[in-house]
Design a protein around this ligand. Structure first.
Ligand SMILES: [Zn+2]
Length: 550
């Protein structure tokens, strides 16, 4: 897919220009003459946050700084209201294109900010970090990594500023954007169905950049805890176990320690105090509709960052910046191991290794007792607006059960392939957005297939994100069936085999079926007649089938 190229050309002229030797020699003088640009938050004394246009102007103004040749501004798409999905690639040297093969042996990282329009400190912190790169700082990080930043992902939501958004949040005074995009979609619930132009643009970028690490920068309200920021790895249960073990037991603990030692900020696994009889600390959700959960299924490392809403805006920006830098430092420090783990997870998927299974029936895993910092909040009435919450300085440690992961009770080996005898255009397009490899049957074939006979179809009464979510239960059975020429075949032995399973398996807890992609195939043609079988079949072997391209 080359559709991003015209967008790049029309949207943004790269700001980096090859520097002549003369300019290089003159750089220190030039740096003094040129004042580094300041963000809208900094200029206002952290009373306000940047609009999309101000972020664009800021990153363009970085072109005056001595190491601007390390930055390239591009666009990954266009929002509903016509704003550019701004990206900034940073490397020393800058890769010729923002494409995986161009990064050489350096680690590839993608950092997304402002997915929820009212959660603004990632956007502000990213601008600061970009300025530091353009000033020549963090050379040690750029020696080992190329980083792509998306400073203002939900650009339309960001610009719908109001003091009435996120009222309980501790600033900025002049208000923040709204949570959803211009379609009314929560972009951090869109990673399975991919309905927004933002997610389509981001996944196209992910497909060509293939980041080893994905970070998503948020702000969290909720329980009264004693941390400046909480974080989470992918919570999907269908991730590679070695990669998951590394991020949980090595990577994130190291980032947490460094964020405290080097910056004085307290961080911990994301969670909230449970309302159960015994107080515990529980994480959120395992489903891949959430971006960082999804990226785990792609055999990559991901980190959710949640600055604490009741800490002052200025401090939230500072802790988010510190956390981003310490993630980059830990990534570069473990670059070889991360590359090896990602490659190993890919190989397991490609070889349909026995460790690659599809699991469902998922619940919070048993935890372990640990000290959790409990904080206190005070309330401040903002006239005519509502109640703001502000952290008090004191906090104390309480031992309690920490439940920071999920477990699935049922699992099955992957088939050789899934087949859709008669796929809809919407399903084909969704698979393409994810980058799933597909092929077609060149000639009709009679084969033994596994079909899922639906026993129960449960449709949520209340709409969510414009959908009535579907849940299926049933039984697999083997039958002889003639598959037509042109049937869509999705081999399981591909790098994204785990994603394919998640999207296509009928018992998946977050799949194309969940989001109504198969609805018309799930209802009986004649009311009262038995339901048709699930429209995705399993093939235990593809031997003898003649495939004819995609
Ligand atoms: Zn959020």
């Amino acid at each position: 897919m080359n559709s991003h190229l015209p967008m790049q050309r029309q949207a943004h002229r790269p700001i980096s220009l090859p520097l002549t030797l003369a300019l290089l020699l003159a750089a220190p003088v030039y740096a003094q003459a040129q004042e580094a640009p300041r963000t809208a938050a900094e200029v206002s004394g952290f009373e306000r946050t940047s609009t999309h246009a101000e972020v664009v102007a800021f990153v363009r103004a970085l072109s005056g700084l001595p190491h601007a040749d390390r930055l390239r501004v591009e666009s990954a798409g266009t929002t509903n209201e016509g704003r550019d999905l701004l990206t900034v690639t940073v490397g020393a040297p800058l890769p010729r294109e923002t494409r995986a093969a161009e990064a050489g042996t350096r680690l590839r990282i993608l950092i997304n900010a402002n997915i929820h329009g009212g959660e603004v400190e990632g956007k502000e912190a990213v601008q600061q970090v970009l300025r530091e790169f353009a000033l020549g700082e963090h050379e040690d990080l750029l020696a080992g990594a190329v980083v792509v930043f998306v400073p203002v992902y939900n650009a339309d939501g960001n610009d719908d500023l109001s003091r009435r958004n996120r009222v309980s949040q501790n600033g900025p005074e002049e208000g923040v954007g709204k949570r959803p995009n211009a379609q009314g979609l929560d972009l951090n619930r869109d990673f399975v169905k991919v309905e927004s132009p933002e997610c389509q643009g981001l996944l196209a970028l992910v497909n060509r950049w293939d980041p080893h690490i994905f970070m998503d920068l948020h702000t969290t309200n909720g329980s009264s805890h004693g941390y400046h920021l909480t974080y989470s790895p992918s919570l999907a249960t269908n991730v590679d176990a070695d990669l998951d073990g590394f991020v949980r037991t090595t990577f994130l603990p190291e980032v947490r320690a460094a964020t405290f030692t080097n910056h004085g900020f307290r961080t911990f696994d994301y969670g909230n105090f449970s309302r159960g009889e015994e107080k515990s600390w529980e994480t959120y959700d395992h489903r891949p509709r959430f971006g960082t959960n999804y990226m785990g299924l792609r055999n990559r490392l991901s980190v959710l960052s949640e600055a604490y809403s009741y800490v002052s805006f200025e401090k939230r920006v500072a802790v988010t910046r510190a956390f981003v830098l310490e993630n980059l430092r830990a990534a570069v420090g473990h670059a070889e191991e991360i590359r090896r783990l990602c490659a190993q997870a890919d190989r397991r998927a490609l070889e349909r290794d026995s460790s690659v299974r599809f699991a469902w029936d998922t619940q919070l895993a048993d935890g372990h007792v640990q000290d959790v910092l409990v904080g206190t909040l005070s309330s401040v009435e903002i006239e005519g607006i509502g109640t703001r919450r502000v952290v008090e300085s004191g906090f104390h440690a309480e031992p309690m059960v920490v439940r920071d992961g999920f477990t699935s009770t049922k699992s099955v080996a992957l088939p050789a392939a899934w087949v859709l005898p008669d796929p809809s255009a919407a399903v084909t397009a969704a698979l393409a957005h994810h980058g799933i490899e597909v092929t077609r049957l060149a000639t009709a074939a009679e084969v033994e297939v596994r079909t899922f006979v639906i026993a129960e179809l449960e449709r949520a009464e209340r709409p969510f994100q414009g959908h009535h979510e579907v849940r299926l239960t049933g039984e697999w059975t083997s039958v002889q069936r003639t598959l037509p020429a042109g049937a869509l075949v999705i081999p399981a032995n591909q790098r994204l085999g785990r994603v394919a399973a998640q999207l296509l398996e009928p018992e998946s807890e977050d799949s194309l079926a969940t989001w109504n992609f198969f609805d018309e195939r799930l209802e009986p043609a004649v009311p009262g007649e038995p339901r048709p079988v699930y429209p995705v079949l399993r093939l235990e072997s593809v031997e003898g089938l003649v495939m004819g391209g995609d």
